[in-house]
Design a protein around this ligand. Structure first.
Ligand code: NAD
Length: 249
């Protein structure tokens, strides 16, 4: 990954919590916000000071409180932790449906609930959720994942409506296919990884995978003062799929 591209000092004095921040998009977000001046508490299952499972309410409360005690405040929450699933609607059993929703949707509710008392005290409070083009694109073989990200989109808008009068802005990013460890793991298990990578690139109008840093810069924009009047939107970072109204087949 190239050097973070951010605006130095934009987040000076502010504290951000990034879930799933030990890998991929979340790691790039944590680095970008830190470059722009934020102190960042990375919440993840491992490889961080603030170990946390977003499916466990006690673990979430402990980790959010630990970040607030360590840095004295929380101004920005990036709900990014997420897991994938492949298959048609019948391709995953109930346990798998509940597991993915527990991480991707209820996880956002848990972490936000724990962070709200701190966000309410911040004059610059912002929440950014990591959604996906899967929320609206009708991707084949992604029924469960798409449903979970559709819920993230709806939740983003509902949260935005509920909390804007408290001074908390809520928005989300909707990335296309991003070059992260998750996608690389998927490619590694494909029968022909090179062909699969080429197909993923071809699906995006700009002909390549999105970089995690590009998503991180979009998150930083939505989390920072430059977007002070932007509320309840989804910001596509997808090489043109949403903007050009393209649908994968
Ligand atoms: P990744 O697997 O590289 O990173 C995800 C991180 O989330 C990991 O560090 C993992 O440990 C953490 N995590 C998973 N379950 C957790 C839990 N229960 N509690 C705490 N942390 C947990 O994946 P990524 O590609 O960086 O994806 C990050 C987010 O971006 C996800 O929400 C994903 O749905 C979304 N997204 C990814 C892509 C893509 O193409 N990679 C596209 C659109 C949206």
């Amino acid at each position: 990954m190239s050097e973070p591209a951010g605006v130095r000092g934009e987040f000076d004095g502010l504290v951000a919590v990034v879930t799933g921040g030990a890998s991929g998009i979340g790691k790039a977000v944590a680095e970008e916000l830190a470059t722009r001046g934020a102190q960042v508490g990375v919440l993840d299952l491992k490889d961080t000071e603030f170990v946390c499972d977003v499916t466990d309410d006690d673990s979430v409360r402990r980790a959010v409180t630990a970040v607030a005690e360590r840095f004295g405040r929380i101004d920005v929450l990036v709900n990014n932790a997420g897991i994938g699933a492949q298959g048609t609607v019948a391709g995953n059993d109930d346990a798998e449906w509940l597991r993915v929703f527990d991480v991707n949707v209820v996880g956002i509710a848990r972490v936000t609930r724990a962070a709200l008392p701190y966000l309410r005290r911040s004059p610059h409070a912002a929440v950014v959720n990591t959604c996906s083009i899967a929320a609206t694109a009708g991707l084949p073989q992604r029924a469960l994942y798409s449903a979970s990200k559709g819920a993230v989109l709806a939740l983003t808008r509902a949260m935005a409506a509920d909390h804007i009068r408290e001074g908390i802005r809520v928005n989300c990013v909707t990335p296309g296919t991003v070059d992260t460890p998750w996608v690389r793991r998927l490619l590694d298990t494909a029968p022909d990884p090179d062909a699969e990578r080429a197909a993923l690139c071809a699906r995006q109008p700009h002909g390549r995978l999105v970089t995690a840093q590009e998503v991180a810069c979009a998150v930083a924009y939505l989390a920072g003062p430059a977007s002070g009047s932007t509320v309840g939107i989804e910001l596509p970072v997808d090489g043109g799929m949403a903007g050009l109204r393209l649908r994968p087949v």
